[in-house]
Design a protein around this ligand. Structure first.
Ligand code: GRF
Length: 191
């Protein structure tokens, strides 16, 4: 039977990409990552993709006239590779109409907060600054808004310490397991 084909979009370190691809390799996810898309040439995630043998494509959005223009180019790549789902893993961009319309209910994101609280790029620090004690992670379908869209899974921890690095590591560990769980739900259409 044909395996589900995933594309991962990332902008940074890529620990979530690695969590996904390693789960595909060892059978915890019955799918394959067929493309890694990165909008930051030089990002660490590209080294990880090389290590795992995932085809990668890095581009600079500034080289394109508009979001529509680079998403149209990406859509062609995704079509050619018969991608079923797009997993955003630290992709620091809003997804536009071109991809959303082609991949309706087939683009997911992971965010390091209990959404809808603390959207945006500094979610963990924002939650700490607010005095939060229960931290968490959310996976959700993607819509045209920042960290918006219907929630699929959440994981939480109580943390009352004051070491942001320790907290960030704890949250990342939750993320890596949660994304595997969510992708399995997608593949089995159980959401
Ligand atoms: C993660 O915290 C993810 O939730 C957020 O961006 C971060 C990416 O980390 N959207 P990494 O690049 O996967 O290590």
């Amino acid at each position: 039977m044909r395996k589900t084909r995933l594309a991962v979009f990332a902008s940074g370190s890529g620990s979530n990409y690695e969590a996904i691809v390693s789960a595909c390799c060892d059978g915890r996810i019955d799918a394959e990552v067929v493309l890694l898309v990165c909008d930051k040439p030089g990002a660490k995630v590209l080294e990880r993709a090389k290590r795992y043998g995932t085809e990668s494509f890095a581009f600079n959005p500034k080289d394109y006239a508009s979001r529509e223009a680079y998403e149209t180019m990406l859509a062609t790549m995704l079509d050619e590779r018969r991608v079923d789902y797009i997993c955003l893993a630290g992709y620091m961009r809003i997804v536009g109409k071109v991809l959303l319309s082609r991949y309706e209910q087939r683009i997911v994101n992971i965010h390091p907060s209990l959404l809808p609280a603390f959207k945006g790029a500094h979610a963990i620090q924002d939650a700490v600054d607010y005095g939060v004690k229960i931290f968490g992670v959310t996976t959700h379908f993607v819509d045209e808004t920042l960290d918006g869209g219907r929630i699929i899974d959440q994981g939480a921890i109580v943390y009352e310490g004051n070491d942001i690095d320790e907290l960030t590591n704890l949250i990342h560990n939750i993320e890596h397991n949660l994304y595997v769980k969510t992708i399995n739900k997608l593949i089995n259409k159980k959401y």
